[in-house]
Design a protein around this ligand. Structure first.
Ligand SMILES: [Zn+2]
Length: 348
C-alpha cells in the first residue's frame, strides 16, 4: 500500500500545551508518533513511502476561510515582530470570543488568535504552517492516487498526516489540528462523485462536521466519545444531522465512557449500513487510534483485535478508500495499532 508522508512535520513540535486544570504540559501530539508508525509499517515490508505532490493553495482555500489561512501563515512571525516582555516559543491566546461577540475580527494579533483558535492545545510555532501544508498535501496526494486507480480495482492509500486535521473547522484550529486534511481531500474528490467520510477517532470530528454540515455531496459520519462528557464538548451530538441541503448528511454516534469492542463494532455496523445506502464513489477515513484501550487521552476500551475488526468491516465496503491519520497518543502501541487497522486494506 502507498503511504503518503512528508518529514516536514518535524518542524511542528510545540514545546507545550495548556491542559485541563490550566496545567502546562508537554504537547501530546509529538513528532515521535510518526517515527513509531513508520517503524511499524517498515517492519511489515508491505508499505511503500511516497512523498506528497504540492497541490498549491487552491484545494485548501476551497475548504478553509481566507482570513484564517492568512492568520495561520503569518501569526508566528507577526508575533515575533511585536515588542513583548516574555519568551515567545508557541503562540496561544488568552481570550476567546463568546458566540455573541464574533461580529468583529480584531486587528490585534492576540485578539485574532482567540478568534481563530478554539482551545489551548494547538499552539502555533515557527514551523506549524509549512508542516500543516505538507500534511494536507499528503492527504491530497493519497486522494489523487485512489482517484487515478479507481477505474480498475478499488485501491486504498494511507495519508500519514501530521499535524492531524479533524478538529480544524472552516476558520479555526484546535485539538492539535490546523488544516483539515481529510476534509480537504474529500472536497477535492467531489469532482469525481459523492464522498463519505467516516471518522473513527476517539474525539468527535467537529471540524469536519463544521465544513460539510450544509452539503449533501459529502456524507460525514463520526463515532466518538460522548461530547457531553468529552472534548470537543460543543459538537458531536446525535441530534446534529446536517442543515439546509445537507440535512440528513451528517451523523454522529456518541459512545459512553467504557464502551468495549462489541459495543463499538455494533455502532460501526450502523454507520457502515448508512454509507452503503449512500453509495459514495470514494470513502475517506479519519483514522484516530486514541480509541485504543490504553490511550492516555481516551476513555473507551477498544483492543488491538477490535481495531483490526474495525478495519475489516470498513474494507468490506470495497470502496476506493483514503485513510487519513488523525490522533492516537499511546506511542508504544501506535504503530502496531495502525498496522492492525490497515491490514484489511492491503491488496492480497
Ligand atoms: Zn482524538
Amino acid at each position: 500500500m502507498k503511504v503518503f508522508y512528508s518529514p516536514a512535520h518535524t518542524q511542528h513540535a510545540p514545546p507545550f500545551e495548556i491542559f485541563d486544570g490550566g496545567e502546562k504540559i508537554i504537547h501530546f501530539e509529538t513528532p515521535e508518533r510518526m517515527e513509531r508508525i513508520l517503524s511499524a509499517l517498515k517492519a511489515t515490508g508491505r508499505y511503500e513511502l511516497v512523498p506528497p505532490t504540492d497541490f498549491g493553495l487552491k484545494p485548501i482555500e476551497t475548504v478553509h476561510d481566507p482570513g484564517y489561512l492568512h492568520f495561520l501563515q503569518t501569526a508566528f512571525s507577526e508575533w515575533l515582530a511585536e515588542p513583548t516582555g516574555y519568551e515567545r516559543t508557541a503562540l496561544l491566546p488568552a481570550t476567546f470570543p463568546s458566540a455573541a461577540s464574533r461580529r468583529h475580527i480584531p486587528q490585534a494579533l492576540l485578539g485574532r488568535a482567540g478568534y481563530y483558535m478554539m482551545d489551548l492545545s494547538a499552539p502555533i510555532v515557527a514551523g506549524t504552517y509549512p508542516a500543516a501544508i505538507d500534511s494536507a498535501n499528503c492527504a491530497l496526494s493519497g486522494a489523487q492516487f485512489i482517484a487515478n486507480t479507481a477505474a480498475h480495482i478499488p485501491h486504498s492509500a494511507f495519508a500519514l498526516c501530521r499535524p492531524p486535521g479533524h478538529h480544524a473547522g472552516k476558520a479555526n484550529c484546535g485539538g492539535y489540528c490546523y488544516l483539515n486534511n481529510a476534509a480537504i481531500a474529500a472536497n477535492w474528490l467531489t469532482q469525481f462523485g459523492k464522498i463519505a467520510i467516516l471518522d473513527i477517532d476517539y474525539h468527535a470530528g467537529n471540524g469536519t462536521q463544521d465544513i460539510f454540515y450544509e452539503r449533501a455531496d459529502v456524507f460525514s459520519l463520526s463515532i466518538h466519545a460522548d461530547p457531553n462528557l468529552e472534548y470537543p464538548y460543543y459538537n458531536g451530538y446525535a441530534d446534529e444531522t446536517g442543515a439546509g441541503p445537507g440535512l440528513g448528511y451528517h451523523r454522529n454516534f456518541p459512545l459512553s465512557f467504557g464502551s468495549d469492542d462489541a459495543h463499538y463494532l455494533n455502532t460501526l455496523d450502523q454507520a457502515i449500513g448508512l454509507i452503503a445506502d449512500y453509495r459514495p464513489s470514494f470513502l475517506v477515513i479519519s483514522a484516530g487510534m486514541d480509541i485504543y484501550d490504553e490511550d492516555p487521552l481516551g476513555k473507551i476500551h477498544i483492543s488491538r483485535a477490535g481495531i483490526s475488526q474495525i478495519g475489516q468491516k470498513i474494507a468490506a465496503l470495497a470502496l476506493p478508500t483514503l485513510i487519513v491519520m488523525e490522533g492516537g497518543y499511546n506511542n508504544e502501541a501506535l504503530g502496531l495499532n495502525i498496522c492492525a487497522f490497515l491490514e484489511a486494506f492491503l491488496e492480497k
